[in-house]
Write a protein that binds this ligand. Structure first.
Ligand code: FCB
Length: 437
């Protein structure tokens, strides 16, 4: 049912779990600044200064990974921990040692790392020079990427350059609800997104020309997409157009300079890395003021289906079958690529529920949909990464929204980790499906 080399994983990101925000020579990142400089940006004015303290407690994370029986673990590198001012002029050896310990620790347990180079945390020093809006950032990212390929690529074989360029660009540069907190209507988010794609492509080409032959790994970028379901057959076309836009095929790009660079950007993904969380229904003609209307386009509106259960956070309707449909859509529109589901999860809010039965059901249902996508639809799915290994700092929601397979007690000095029922369920699924493959 699942190929025997299927990647069973879980993911995290540096700023969300590491803490140690100024430990051992780390430079500040835009998330450090975003949380510290002004009140009212993050739930309860919380920050990631300590979070799960994985900077010190990474061996505890390894224990969690082993308890789940994962074959893969997705982590991100903090650019500012490795290169405090963002450039290779100054390398923080303590940062290199930290990631070496984690990567070697994973390999010693027979777990393969999937490494994200950039998960929302730009070095503040580079933000001070214009950040993602400035075209020069692409070259700086490329140097950072080459440094990482050179330093860790003998052991890391799966790379993601940038996590969710859409989210970084839009939430960070237009909505102002993520770092760097810019609320600039107009072209800012497009410029940032454009430079992220240029940066990604440069790094992919560097890997391709310099490292691929010896390191034999693969490089992609993680794209977030919801599934858009036509509410009625006759509006299929609007749903397909909207879905294409979600996946980034926006024919009416407002960036005139884009086309010039397209040849260098096209084809710069060795696999399709998909972050999927939720689905929307597409209604014709603007959705007409419905309370559940999320977004309105010229010809169509995205709405939530009232029959879909909502999990902890309001944007998250739980629709496991949407993942299967999206995978099939990717198969047919993107020429049957190898796909890794690099994030998928279900959050809870409110009082601690270690026996989180609803989340356990969610993992069971979702993994079954992935199995059907492979077996019945012939989608080339190579791996599934639950988000997240641990409860962590959920960006603007702080610690109020919990996505972990392990509960983390943030009031405890030792940040005790405790497996949720959903963690046990995921471990069970992995071991059962492994024996079938
Ligand atoms: C994604 C992010 C990840 C996490 C999940 C819930 O957009 O990549 O860090 O916050 O959402």
């Amino acid at each position: 049912m699942f190929p025997c080399d299927f990647a069973w994983g879980a993911g995290t990101a540096a700023y969300q779990i590491e803490g140690g925000w100024q430990a051992d020579g780390k430079g500040p990142s835009i998330w450090d600044t975003f949380c510290h400089e002004k009140k009212g940006r993050v739930f309860g004015d919380q920050n990631g200064d300590v979070s799960c303290n994985s900077y010190e407690l990474w061996e505890k994370d390894l224990e969690c990974i082993q308890q789940l029986g994962l074959t893969h673990y997705r982590l991100s590198l903090s650019w500012a921990r490795l290169l405090p001012d963002g450039t290779t002029r100054h390398v923080n050896q303590k940062g290199v040692q930290y990631y070496n310990k984690v990567i070697d620790g994973l390999l010693a347990c027979n777990v393969s790392p999937m490494v994200t180079l950039y998960h929302f945390d730009l070095p503040q020093a580079l933000q001070d020079q214009g950040g993602w809006k400035s075209p020069g950032i692409a070259t700086l990212f490329d140097s950072y990427a080459k440094f990482c390929f050179q330093t860790f690529g003998d052991r890391v074989k799966l790379w993601l350059t940038i996590n969710e360029p859409y989210v970084c660009a839009k939430l960070g540069h237009e909505d102002g609800i993520h770092a760097p907190g810019l609320k600039e209507p107009g072209i800012a988010a497009y410029l940032a997104g454009h430079n992220m794609l240029r940066a990604h492509a440069m790094a992919w080409h560097s890997y391709n020309s310099t490292y691929r032959a010896t390191q034999k790994g693969a490089v992609s970028l993680a794209i977030n997409s919801d599934w858009l379901e036509p509410s009625r057959a006759e509006i299929m076309r609007s749903a397909i157009d909207a879905q294409s836009k979600k996946l980034g095929y926006n024919g009416s790009s407002r960036l005139p300079s884009f086309s010039k660079e397209e040849p260098a950007i096209l084809g710069t993904a060795d696999f399709f890395a998909l972050n999927y969380y939720t689905s929307r229904k597409v209604e014709p003609g603007g959705g007409c003021g419905k309370a559940l209307s999320m977004k309105t386009d010229r010809d169509a509106a995205e709405v939530l289906d009232p029959s879909w259960p909502i999990c902890g956070v309001s944007w998250l309707a739980v629709v496991p079958y949407g993942l299967r449909k999206l995978l099939k859509y990717i198969k047919y529109t993107c020429n049957n690529p190898a796909v890794y589901i690099t994030e998928n999860g279900f959050s809870q809010v409110g009082p601690l529920q270690i026996e989180d039965v609803q989340r356990s059901e969610f993992y069971k249902d979702t993994v079954l949909e992935v199995a059907k996508a492979i077996q019945e639809d012939g989608v080339n799915v190579r791996g599934y990464f639950a988000w997240s290994l641990l409860d962590n700092f959920e960006w603007a929601d702080g610690f109020s929204v919990r996505f972990g397979l392990f509960h983390v007690d943030f009031a405890d000095a030792n940040r005790r980790r405790r497996m949720y029922h959903s963690g046990r369920e995921y471990a069970k699924l992995i071991s059962e499906y492994k024996t079938l493959s």
